[in-house]
Design a protein around this ligand. Structure first.
Ligand code: FES
Length: 344
């Protein structure tokens, strides 16, 4: 029996909501959530996939080069969410969204997608977002510093500049452990050949080590005149931020300890309480004592972990914003600022 038919039988045995009827006709129509369908799966390397996703009803079609999108995929019966940089240029004629996913050692979803992504799969989406994007208009001189899969948002920027026939000057310093792991190698080569203003240096860190700040200053003497965008491991970004005040950076991990929340006792009425520090999220606090709140992305994207505060103050690790009693908050990115009680 086909999947569509099976779900029709299942739905007919329970009261149907309007959304259920539309899903039967077209699985991309849903007013409850944003969805997309994997149209194509391209394999640029053994450990990476480029997914071409057809956005469903309500997914904003426009984004800015460098932004990311949240993707939720069912893995072992539960939705797992992560954010991935969009890698295509905005305003593409076919309206598709592209993401390139490299399997990460600890990455449950990235490993799943690299091994199992197939055309036709329906995924949940969160709207494109992020402050890491090209300025409008793009600066006349740009420096990109990327490492590993940190090249993905910059690939969207390069494709955007290519599509606009940008005539400025771009220096791109990219690091990979070894050349076999280089994503987009052929396309980078094409851009180098076709655009006199694009200057790419690829560094194999396994042989030559990573770019030091001194080397960057030597290679790019007009640093101060350039818009600088960097994406890669946290350690690299920390060093760049400490030395290049103008740098725009993109990180895909939750920054901890970026607020002065002091921590406190987190109470889950009827289920227990636990004292945690100001870098432990309320989701993690619950997990410490066996209170499993629902979660998806664990990065503040999908809203699966949204809870209501009964008492106290919670602080968002990403923004420093506070939530008070009676307000809803995302447990995966909020920490207690003093004692708090969660409404269960
Ligand atoms: S788990 Fe996705 S927003 Fe918290």
């Amino acid at each position: 029996m086909g999947n569509r038919l099976r779900s029709a039988f299942r739905l007919l045995s329970t009261p149907l909501q309007p959304d259920d009827y539309t899903r039967l006709v077209n699985p991309l129509w849903s007013k409850r959530e944003l969805r997309g369908q994997i149209e194509r799966v391209i394999r640029p390397a053994d450990d990476a996939v480029e997914l071409v996703i057809k956005p469903g009803w309500g997914v904003p079609a426009d984004f800015r080069a460098g932004q990311y999108i949240g993707i939720g995929v069912r893995v072992d019966g539960r939705f797992v969410w992560r954010s991935y940089s969009l890698t295509n240029a905005p305003r593409s004629a076919d309206g598709m969204l592209h993401v390139t996913v490299k399997a990460q050692e600890q990455g449950r979803l990235s490993q799943h997608l690299v091994a199992h992504a197939t055309p036709g799969t329906i995924v949940r989406l969160a709207a494109p977002a992020g402050d890491f994007h090209l300025s409008e208009p793009p600066a006349p001189k740009i420096l990109f510093i990327t490492a590993g899969s940190g090249i993905t948002p910059v690939m969207s920027m390069l494709r955007d500049l290519d599509a606009r026939d940008y005539r400025g000057d771009v220096v791109h310093l990219h690091s990979v452990r070894d050349r076999n792991g280089l994503l987009f190698g052929e396309e980078l080569q094409r851009l180098t050949t076709e655009h006199d203003g694009y200057h790419l240096t690829v560094r194999e860190t396994g042989i030559d080590g990573r770019f030091s700040i001194e080397e960057i200053k030597e290679l790019v003497p007009d640093l101060d005149d350039r818009a600088i965008y960097a994406c890669g491991p946290s350690k690299m970004l920390d060093e760049l931020e400490a030395n290049l005040p103008k740098v725009h950076t993109e990180r895909f991990t939750l920054e901890r300890g970026s607020t002065d929340a002091q921590g406190g006792v987190v109470k889950f009425p009827g289920r227990g309480e636990v004292e945690v520090d100001g870098a432990t999220t309320i989701l993690e606090a619950g997990e410490k004592i066996g209170v499993q709140l629902p979660y998806g992305c664990r990065m503040g994207i999908c809203a699966t972990c949204t809870q209501q505060l009964a008492d106290g103050t919670a602080r968002d690790l990403r923004t420093g914003e506070t939530h008070e009693a009676g307000e809803r908050f995302r447990a995966c990115v909020c920490v207690p600022a003093g004692d708090v009680e969660i409404e269960l």
